[in-house]
Design a protein around this ligand. Structure first.
Ligand code: UDP
Length: 471
């Protein structure tokens, strides 16, 4: 029987159809967090909710692209802070936004002109918002934009510290974590920071903030992370809503900027299933040596490639000027280098064969949903868990084993294994099976994400009596 896929095109819904319910969304200001929160907003909007987004002026989305949402901005002086140390930056964000977010939400609650607020949904990384919810007596849900498996590992940080796995010791990197049999110590989701104490404080704030929330929403699907979802549900005692993949519930917006259309036009000219798409997301940074090795590896692989070199990818450079001139010439003959690519369209393009990724959660899920096998090169935090699962559990990716510095010869070898070897065929076959599961979970006929979304909508609707009776 054909499964009905939820149609979630943002459309105008008359105010009276909305039953006066408003949901306020508060995303962390990073692309990998803003995009899923906006997608969640679109999903809830199609279910009749009015959506208000509260955002820092730093990295803000363009409100003109979302005329169906209301925006409020927090004018915090965050821009002057360096963002190279993500943990230090998260500390600044959480400290600086506390008062302005509380004031903004209090103003919205007392505004008679807007429809009443049922609840707010905060990114899990805004750890202070539990206290705000208590102060304002407003239900608060949490969106965790990473996977459930990595979140479960974050939740085990106190235990992992007690057992001596954390902080990570170089001498134990290859050791298996007995309590997480699929992970080695090197896969634990940590990140280099000048403030390691705050890393633990932040993770604990994120986990406890989720535990004390009215529910945790994940951009994942039951079949992909079944075991972790079961374990987390038991441990957390609050409702868990795996309602992803969000982007498959919504229509893709076509590329608009010249850099983006160039990528698709170039892909249109390539042979089917011939191109390696290379992108390391919006935050990861490479050092010069790794960048140069990657470029040589790509050139020597003799495969067509589309490579995103975003400003800031390489420390101390904004573009490819660190590469030798002759190499740039070789690269241009075989591939295209862009500063940004419309990744959803790229992964869905028939010319793309393999995605060389840093395994950010969005990228990992997007690759699975399009049936594109991965070459996994995680940099930090949850990417390491995602990569391990992509390789060993879902078996849809290959990786590097050579330690920290990747060498061009190994890159060439891995690309060859993924593009032409038997292993390449295996991971391609498996990822296509996952693609089907990702599609099936959205079906109105028992689809797991469809049912979770229904549950979420009723859950939010149930807040109305609670909130409005106390107003
Ligand atoms: N992205 C994109 N074009 C690019 C680079 C990234 O559209 O050139 C999108 C990608 O599709 C994904 C998000 O940016 O949705 C990156 O999120 P992810 O969790 O993969 O990584 P992060 O940037 O948070 O490390």
């Amino acid at each position: 029987m054909e499964k009905q896929i939820m149609s979630s095109t943002p459309k105008k819904i008359k105010m009276e159809e909305r039953k006066g319910r408003r949901v306020v969304l508060f995303p962390l200001p990073f692309q990998g967090h803003i995009r899923p929160m906006i997608q969640l907003g679109n999903l809830l909007h199609t279910r009749g909710f009015s959506i208000t987004i509260v955002h820092t002026t730093f990295n803000s989305p363009d409100p003109s692209l979302y005329p169906h949402f209301t925006f409020h901005f927090l004018h915090e002086d965050i821009l002057s802070q360096s963002q190279t140390d993500i943990i230090a930056f998260l500390k600044v964000l959480n400290t600086n936004c506390l008062q302005s977010f509380t004031d903004c939400l209090a103003r919205l609650l007392s505004d008679d002109h807007e429809s009443p607020i049922s609840c707010f949904i905060s990114d899990a990384g805004f750890t202070f918002t539990g206290e705000v919810a208590r102060q304002l007596n407003l239900p608060r849900l949490v969106l965790r934009t990473g996977g459930v498996t990595s979140f479960f590992v974050f939740a085990a940080f106190p235990f992992l510290r007690e057992k001596g796995y954390l902080p990570i010791q170089e001498s134990r990197l290859e050791e298996q974590v007995a309590e997480f049999p699929h992970l080695k110590v090197k896969d634990l989701p940590v990140i280099k920071t000048c403030d390691p104490d705050y890393l633990f404080e932040h993770v604990s704030g994120m986990v406890n903030g989720a535990k004390s929330s009215a529910g945790v929403i994940f951009n994942t699907f039951q079949e992909l992370e079944d075991a972790a979802i079961a374990a987390l549900s038991q441990d957390f005692q609050v409702p868990i809503f795996p309602i992803g993949p969000f982007h498959k519930l919504l229509p893709n917006s076509p590329p608009t900027q010249p850099d983006q259309t160039a990528a698709i036009t170039w892909l249109d000219k390539q042979a089917p299933s011939s191109v390696i798409y290379v992108s390391f997301g919006t935050l990861a940074a490479l050092n010069e040596q790794d960048f140069v090795e990657i470029a040589w590896g790509l050139a020597n692989s003799k495969q067509p490639f589309l490579w995103v070199v975003r400003p800031g990818l390489v420390n101390g450079s904004d573009w490819v000027d660190l590469l030798p001139k002759g190499l740039i010439g070789d690269l241009r003959e075989r591939g295209l280098i862009v500063k940004w690519a419309p990744q959803l369209q790229v992964l869905a393009h028939p010319s793309v064969a393999v995605f060389w990724t840093h395994n950010g959660w969005n990228s990992t899920l997007e690759s699975v949903c399009e049936g594109v096998p991965m070459i996994c090169m995680p940099c930090f935090t949850d990417q390491k868990v995602n990569a391990r699962y992509a390789r060993d559990i879902w078996r849809v990716g290959l990786g590097f084993e050579s330690g920290k510095l990747i060498e061009r010869e190994e890159i060439e070898r891995v690309i060859r294994r993924a593009m032409v070897g038997e292993e390449g065929k295996e991971i391609r076959k498996r990822v296509l099976e996952w693609k089907e599961k990702a599609r099936d979970c959205l079906g109105a006929n028992n689809g797991s994400s469809f049912e979770s979304l229904e549950r979420l909508v009723s859950h939010i609707s149930s807040f109305d009596s609670l909130v409005f009776s106390s107003q």
